[in-house]
Design a protein around this ligand. Sequence first.
Ligand SMILES: CCCCCCCCCCCCCC(=O)SCCNC(=O)CCNC(=O)[C@H](O)C(C)(C)COP(=O)(O)OP(=O)(O)OC[C@H]1O[C@@H](n2cnc3c(N)ncnc32)[C@H](O)[C@@H]1OP(=O)(O)O
Length: 166
Amino acid sequence: MTDAEALLATWEQKFRPHPDGADLPAHHNHCLGCGPDNPHGHRLQARRHGDSVVASHSFDGRHVGAPGIVHGGAVATVIDDLYGFLLYLVGTPAVTRRLTVDYLAPVLIGTTYRLEGSVTSREGRKLFVAASLTASDGRSVATSTAVFVTVGVDHFGRCGAPSVDD
Ligand SMILES: CCCCCCCCCCCCCC(=O)SCCNC(=O)CCNC(=O)[C@H](O)C(C)(C)COP(=O)(O)OP(=O)(O)OC[C@H]1O[C@@H](n2cnc3c(N)ncnc32)[C@H](O)[C@@H]1OP(=O)(O)O
C-alpha cells in the first residue's frame, strides 16, 4: 500500500459508528480546523451528542480580525469543520458546496463558545446542515446553514490529499 492509499484508508476507517458522547477523530493531523499538528489551526475537538455534534471552543490571538474580535473567516472555518465531524455520523464523506453564516454578535478572542451542528435534511447527494455558536449566557452569536454534497473517498486522492503528512 502506498502512503497515499494508507492515508485515504485511515480516513475511510473514521466513518464507523461512534457511540453517543464519543470524542470524534480529527479529519487528519494537518486539517486547518481540527488537526493537532497544524500550527495555524483551530484544533477543534468535537463529540457526538445524539444525532448532533457539539464542541466547546475558544479562539486565540492568531484568529483576530478587529481588535479583540474573532475574524469572520475564522468563525466560518470552525463551523465548516464542525460540519466535517457531522459527516462521521452520516457515514459518508462529503464536501462543502455552500456555506452561509449569520454573524449575530461579535465573537470574542479568549471566550469559550458552544458549537452545535446537525443535519436538517437529505436529498440525494445533498446534505442540508445547520449549526450555531452560543455564548455561555445562552446568547446565540452566530448561526449557519450549509449544503454538503457527498463524494467518494477517492475525491480526496484526486485532489492531492496524499501530499499532506499524516
Ligand atoms: C487524506 C484524506 C483526508 C481528507 C480529509 C478531508 C477533511 C475534510 C473535512 C471537512 C472540512 C470542512 C469541509 C471542507 O472544507 S470541504 C472543501 C471545500 N469544498 C470543496 O472543495 C468543494 C468543491 N466543489 C466540488 O468539488 C464540486 O462542486 C462538488 C463535488 C461539491 C459537486 O460537484 P458534482 O459535479 O459532483 O455535483 P453537482 O455540481 O452536479 O451538484 C450535486 C448536487 O448538488 C446540487 N447543488 C449544487 N450546489 C448547490 C447549492 N448551492 N445549493 C443546493 N444544491 C446545490 C446540484 O443541483 C446537484 O443536485 P442534483 O441535481 O443531483 O439533485
